[in-house]
Design a protein around this ligand. Structure first.
Ligand SMILES: C[S@@+](CC[C@H](N)C(=O)[O-])C[C@H]1O[C@@H](n2cnc3c(N)ncnc32)[C@H](O)[C@@H]1O
Length: 431
């Protein structure tokens, strides 16, 4: 896989044909736990944060209206509790690709931040708020519903910034800010971009406080997918059971497949695992996206394999772009663009595959297999059994990502794929 390529194989609806499922691969109801433990914002954990008004799931239904933000459920409380642990913040801050790109983006937009009012949606330890204060912001509202806000306040004080950075311990949906703001900054991206469902809170903050024409960082986000071959992973977890100390344990293989591949797996792959150019699953303009658009996202895709290989699943990754208003003088600063390792950021309207039209005009944080590694790695949806593909063979279908009804922080993944006349469905939940 390469980055920055000029893609020619965007998906066209008229090429899509109805798929008749020969085989159905659907996860069973029993969960055998996760192949890999995720530490970031996993909406798990116990304990209760006291600073968040909570409602039961029954109350939630009666409170919901199309315009009101989602009420805070027990799942949200557990989610915020998971962010009270120092380990998550250490992991994120030590992710230099992430943290340095944010700092660079703030400095690149210094002329739009200097003397201005900023909201940091989900400030965590306060690091981005402090970067904004260092860039000359007049005032920064650092909002976090997790108890990590207590530490953020201490960090701000220790750096002599208490007069500029106001830490608000609560949900952005609930706290009050009595002025419009010029800038919103947030690090909201979950695995596979949309896991965690935090973007909705950024949208709420935008609609509550951002001045018309205000700056929002990051400004755009794009989720990609591509088919992959990963024989080592398959043989390590599955073929291993064929011969264990000379014993035929292949009776274990079905269970091993279920355990290893039922849920999406967060892991690092290399560009060599990727069978073809990626396609765009969703492109988001953070200035205009509506919360309702995130309930469910469907993309159709059509790939042509660039080689003969066993296809083991699909990889997903994302990038985010930090671009200000077109007229921003900040774009003339000396900050450099980060190579995304992917191609694209803005839609061309010609299909799903996009390319960067002018790579030098926006800073990009990429989680592509070819970009510098990040704590997001890539997310892989493995098939239970590989599908052999020939060079130039078409792989087509659709993917739907939707918020779980059980817990909106979880994500349902409905994947349909078909190749050489065989069709499959894989359902999984990212919890
Ligand atoms: C990915 S962390 C980012 C932390 C910090 N900005 C950084 O870059 O290191 C997201 C933070 O947002 C907070 N958060 C998520 N949704 C929120 C909401 N609706 N209101 C307030 N805080 C929220 C979480 O508690 C968590 O601390």
């Amino acid at each position: 896989m390469q980055s920055g390529g000029d893609y020619g194989n965007g998906f066209h609806d008229d090429h899509h044909r109805d798929l008749e499922w020969e085989e159905k691969q659907v996860s069973g109801p029993g969960s055998f736990g996760r192949a890999k433990k995720r530490s970031r914002g996993g909406a798990r954990g116990g304990g209760l944060s006291t600073n968040v008004p909570r409602v039961s799931d029954e109350q939630k239904k009666s409170l919901e209206s199309p315009d009101s933000p989602p009420p805070c459920t027990d799942f949200d409380v557990a989610y915020f509790h998971s962010y009270a642990h120092v380990g998550i913040h250490e992991e994120m801050i030590k992710d230099r690709a992430r943290t340095e790109t944010y700092r660079e983006a703030i400095m690149q937009h210094q002329s739009l931040i200097q003397g201005k009012v900023v909201v940091d949606v989900g400030c965590g330890t306060g690091i981005l708020s402090i970067f904004c204060a260092q860039a000359g912001a007049k005032r920064v509202y650092a909002v976090d519903a997790s108890d990590i806000a207590v530490q953020a306040k201490e960090v701000v004080k220790a750096n002599g910034l208490s007069d500029k950075v106001i830490v608000l311990h609560g949900r952005v949906e609930d706290v009050e800010i009595d002025e419009e703001v010029d800038v919103i900054i947030s690090e909201w991206m979950g695995y596979m971009l949309l896991y965690e469902s935090m973007l909705g809170s950024v949208i709420t903050a935008r609609d509550r406080w951002l001045k018309p024409g205000g700056l929002i960082l990051p400004s755009h986000a794009t989720l990609y997918m591509a088919p992959i071959s990963h024989p080592d992973r398959y043989s390590h977890s599955i073929d291993f059971w064929r011969n264990v100390y000379g014993i035929d344990m292949s009776a274990m293989m079905q269970l091993a497949k279920q355990c290893a591949f039922e849920e999406p797996s967060v892991e690092s792959i290399s560009g060599e695992n990727v069978l073809t150019w990626p396609e765009v699953v969703k492109h988001i303009d953070c200035k205009t996206i509506k919360i309702q658009e995130l309930d469910s996202v469907t993309a159709r895709y059509k790939f042509k394999s660039m080689m003969r290989a066993p296809m083991h699943g699909f990889a997903f990754w994302f990038d985010v772009e930090f671009s200000g208003p077109a007229s921003s003088p900040a774009e003339n600063t000396s900050a450099t663009s980060v190579a995304s390792g992917t191609s694209s950021t803005s839609p061309s309207g010609e299909g799903n595959q996009k390319k960067r039209t002018n790579p030098s005009d926006a800073l990009v944080l990429s989680t592509s297999p070819e970009a510098p590694p990040t704590h997001w790695q890539q997310t892989i949806v493995y098939f239970y059994d590989p599908v052999d593909v020939e060079q130039d063979q078409l792989i087509e279908g659709s993917v739907t990502l939707s918020q779980s009804k059980e817990n909106r922080r979880f994500m349902n993944i409905h994947l349909e794929y078909s190749s050489a006349g065989r069709s499959f469905v894989k359902e999984s939940v990212m919890r």
